[in-house]
Design a protein around this ligand. Structure first.
Ligand SMILES: N[C@@H](CCC(=O)N[C@@H](CS)C(=O)NCC(=O)O)C(=O)O
Length: 216
């Protein structure tokens, strides 16, 4: 039994990643939302999460509760618990490369994350981008183009079948859309494919409700 504790969907890019992994596995899970950007946020998150951050996965097995925090650790744990879902590519070299992609996202692209913060359903004007932000967008577009060229034919995602690498980059798809950053060719098709995922669409509905109700 899983409970995924996430932040406000409109903003919580890290929460979206394991949410998509859970949706790809197809197991039932509960969701709890901690509102972000409130006076009480820090205290609310600290009370629930050992790292003081969301996402957090609560796993209950044989009456024992286990807490797993950090988006990539949660995705890796889900992959181990559900090998049948094949959340990493089968081929060991493609798998290693997909892990490099996921790790680079997890530890990198700080200017992109800061300048184009996730606003999942909003549409916003593109700010004047710093040289570093432009370089990080170019790096991601080049990585996606290369992965799609090498593996995309077998499923349309970065490594063919949908994988944790796609989960990790899904917030970038949303950011490019929000700020109208133009992309072409295979990358444009990839962005449309990711945006159309049922998990992305359900996340968008929840984010829209947050915006409509003044929560975001
Ligand atoms: N490395 C962490 C980063 C998680 C993170 O920064 N989460 C933000 C929300 S997206 C958070 O918990 N913020 C707490 C706060 O605003 O007090 C991960 O991959 O899960």
């Amino acid at each position: 039994m899983y409970t995924l504790i996430v932040g406000t969907r409109e903003w919580s890019s890290w929460s979206l990643r394991p949410y998509l992994a859970l949706r790809a596995i197809g197991v039932p899970f509960q969701e709890e939302v901690i509102p972000l950007r409130r006076g009480s946020t820090s205290e609310d998150v600290q009370r629930r999460s050992p790292s003081g951050r969301v996402p957090l996965l609560k796993m209950t097995e044989n009456g024992r509760e286990h807490l797993i925090w950090d988006s990539l650790a949660i995705c890796e744990t889900l992959n181990e618990c559900h090998p049948e879902a094949k959340l990493w590519p089968d081929d060991p070299f493609a798998r290693a490369e997909a892990r490099s992609y996921a790790a680079e996202m997890h530890s990198g692209f700080p200017d992109l994350r800061e300048q184009l913060s996730m606003e999942f359903v909003r549409r916003l004007p593109l700010p004047e981008l710093r040289v570093t932000t432009k370089a990080q967008i170019a790096r991601i577009v080049a990585m996606w183009t290369q992965a799609l060229e090498r593996h995309g034919a077998a499923g349309g995602f970065l490594f063919g079948r949908f994988s944790i690498a796609d989960c990790m980059y899904a917030p970038v798809v949303s950011r490019l859309r929000t700020y109208g950053v133009p992309v072409q060719g295979s990358v444009q098709g990839y962005c449309e494919r990711v945006w159309s995922l049922p998990g992305m669409q359900d996340w968008a509905k929840a984010a829209q409700q947050e915006v409509d109700s003044g929560l975001a």
